[in-house]
Design a protein around this ligand. Sequence first.
Ligand SMILES: NC(=O)c1ccc[n+]([C@@H]2O[C@H](COP(=O)([O-])OP(=O)(O)OC[C@H]3O[C@@H](n4cnc5c(N)ncnc54)[C@H](OP(=O)(O)O)[C@@H]3O)[C@@H](O)[C@H]2O)c1
Length: 296
Amino acid sequence: MHVLITGGTGFIGSALSAELLAADHEVTVLTRQLIEPRGALRYVQNLEEIDDRARIDAVINLAGASLAGRRWSPAYKREILDSRLETTTAVLQLLRRLDSTPGTLLNASAIGYYGHHGDERLTEDGAVTPGFAQDLCRQWESLAQQASAMGVRVCLLRLGVVLDAGDGAFVQMAQPFRMGIANWMGDGRQWLSWVHRKDVIAAILFLLQQVGLTGPFNLTAPQPITSRDFCAAMKRHTRTLITAPVPGFAMRLLVGEMANELLLQGQRVIPAALEQAGFEFSYPDIDSALDDILGT
Ligand SMILES: NC(=O)c1ccc[n+]([C@@H]2O[C@H](COP(=O)([O-])OP(=O)(O)OC[C@H]3O[C@@H](n4cnc5c(N)ncnc54)[C@H](OP(=O)(O)O)[C@@H]3O)[C@@H](O)[C@H]2O)c1
């Protein structure tokens, strides 16, 4: 299989490329960087570099400016949105002009799609409340869905907070615990719908193979937890000396609007569609994930 990955240099994309290459697939990565090809892995800086006659079986669209990267100024919010919509538009243009249309588009999205719903359990049919992350995900998903009109199978990956060692959200989340300080943010009752990166990669490979599957898929572990539960789990896996929650107002001062949208509120998301399709999570609960990530 020849797979094109936009944002394939990132936290999810790099692990995904490695897994695809290990399974003898060919991978092309769209990146803004200039990187030399390595065996079956090649890089393009613009999708126009891909010849009309290229045979690509699937596109995995992950590229976009990080939501947790910086304070959400109006200019940065524009970049978060534009980086995704422009890349997806370029993907659609590629799909349209290739002599042989790829069969599958797996498009990243996020559980921010739903907004905040307190303790309600959200499956893929969950309602949407207003907000920046919701608008972003809705626009991104509906643009990607345009590929269906070209006969492409479209799956929307509503990703939760992806955890693994080395990079991604876990590095920041684990930092106070490494210094012996256990904490949660705000009242700690907000839901954290997390997922181990290895399960994300496994679910993507599953969706690539199951050609009958389309539509939105919550990519979160079956057992979401609250921020306080995460703190308790980390305490079981690390040595902490004190527990010092960070008040909500301090988070708002430190990171602004992003604090309310991503850190002080959350959503309790269930991977109903993936489970119904028969996907089995290797890390369904936080203790099994932390055992693996922290090597405990
Ligand atoms: N990780 C999570 O917890 C999580 C949760 C929910 C949703 N998601 C979504 O899933 C996707 C992949 O996540 P990830 O954690 O792998 O992200 P990541 O590590 O930030 O990687 C995203 C990639 O997008 C490219 N990129 C960054 N800024 C860009 C810009 N302004 N214009 C065009 N391309 C840009 C970068 O590639 P180059 O520098 O090589 O160009 C980068 O490697 C993202 O869209 C993210 O929003 C992730």
